[in-house]
Write a protein that binds this ligand. Sequence first.
Ligand code: FMN
Length: 297
Amino acid sequence: MTVDPRTTEDKRALHDLLLGAVSPRPIALASTIDGDGHVNLSPFSFFNIFGTHPAILVFSPSRRVKGNTTKHTLENILETKEVVINTVSYSMVEQVSLASSDFERGVNEFVKSGLTEVPSSIVRPPRVNESPVSFECRVLEVKSMGAEGGAGNLVICEVLLIHAREYIFNEQGKVDPHLMDNVARMGGDYYCRVKGDAVFELPKPVIPVGMGIDQLPAAIRNSTVLTGNNLARLANLHHLPAPAEVEAFASEFSHLLNTSASGQVRTDILHRRAQEYLAQGEIKRAWLLLLNADHKH
Ligand SMILES: Cc1cc2nc3c(=O)[nH]c(=O)nc-3n(C[C@H](O)[C@H](O)[C@H](O)COP(=O)(O)O)c2cc1C
């Protein structure tokens, strides 16, 4: 399927495709006030971080598709140029969803959602007590992306002060995703809880650089068993193990190389064994097995 967003007539399908594909998205729970001091609280998942020094957050209250009206959050920001962006954890997600209801201008969604206001230190909008982290921000710029329904308004914010709960940090003082228990927005009514199996670790590429998939021996690169992920894991190594190491492995672990099969069948069996080692994080062992599986090496 190929879609040109500029010409497609099915805007609903376009919206669903965009939000389903760019997913999951973190959620900014934005607290603002209008010129008279009325408080507003609404969630926005067109949101991310765009720099750490200065610390820049950007989110987008779009023009409504239906009626082409603007969001109270945007109107407040244009009036007062301040916002507190609060993170959203699983324990508060239903209250956050409730706060997204289309309440009338001037209605305080803290009251409607039952979330708790805490005075901020620098800016006038309050922060959310239940959020693990809150960012007090001043708005540097609001960039309108168009005048039609669905057009975004990029609210570019500089973080002036961060409030973070102690419980989100592990013993090394780093934020632990399992303790943050963030939720993210996806397409349709789907959300994602950033916990359990959804979180995994992938070591950063080696320094200075790995050899790259193009440098893998052909028998490994063209394996019918190893996946793109497997090859990338193997290619994240500076250089091939030395021939002496490959030979030593063959004599010490000859049982791993023994199969009753021969030819392609044997190669596939050995590649599957190597794949298991990769899954266990035993990269060196996988390499040594693969290099022994390939007699042309
Ligand atoms: C999790 C979540 C994420 C949302 N993300 C956005 C968004 O990125 N942009 C947007 O315009 N509306 C988004 N909405 C809808 C707004 O929250 C909703 O229109 C709200 O009524 C706006 O409130 P306001 O008019 O008080 O600013 C989202 C709603 C939810 C529940």
